[in-house]
Design a protein around this ligand. Structure first.
Ligand SMILES: [Zn+2]
Length: 62
């Protein structure tokens, strides 16, 4: 069984809908908390976004 790959990478845990719409964004320190709504069912999910690491800029080639 193969499922379509969602664009956002986050799917609804209830109906596996892949297009969760952001309707609220909160900032708590370095954390960004987003509340998302599933268009296919009444469920909502909360996601957290944070910086895990700071990477150096890529080397110039050539
Ligand atoms: Zn859903």
């Amino acid at each position: 069984m193969s499922e379509p790959v969602p664009v956002s990478g986050i799917t609804c845990p209830n109906c596996s809908g892949g297009r969760l719409l952001i309707f609220k964004t909160k900032h708590a320190g370095r954390l960004t908390i987003r509340h998302r709504k599933c268009p296919g069912c009444p469920y909502r999910v909360e996601t957290r976004e944070t910086v895990r690491a700071v990477l150096p800029p890529p080397k110039k080639s050539g």
